[in-house]
Design a protein around this ligand. Structure first.
Ligand code: SF4
Ligand code: SF4
Length: 76
């Protein structure tokens, strides 16, 4: 599963998220979504750190970011 998921048919193509991803993970589709806009998508998933900036910047809450969790060893 990708760390970043989009509700693509709610995206209005503003590209804010693309500009704010410092690692260049995001890009715009060539196709149009259900409401007639090119939509944001993950184009370099291997570079994503799960920082959540893209989700914070999206004015329409289109993006959800899932962070990987580390298993913590118990010494009890
Ligand atoms: S979670 Fe961070 S690194 Fe990943 S796509 Fe969003 S802004 Fe870029
Ligand atoms: S900030 Fe939100 S509405 Fe704008 S392109 Fe990104 S996902 Fe789409």
């Amino acid at each position: 599963m990708d760390l970043v998921q989009f509700q693509k048919d709610r995206c209005k193509g503003c590209e804010l998220c693309v500009g704010f991803c410092a690692r260049g993970c995001l890009g715009m589709s060539d196709e149009l979504n259900a409401i007639g806009y090119r939509y944001a998508k993950l184009v370099n998933p291997e570079k994503c750190t799960g920082c959540g900036v893209c989700a914070d910047m999206c004015p329409d809450t289109v993006i959800r970011v899932f962070r990987k969790t580390k298993k913590v060893k118990s010494h009890v």
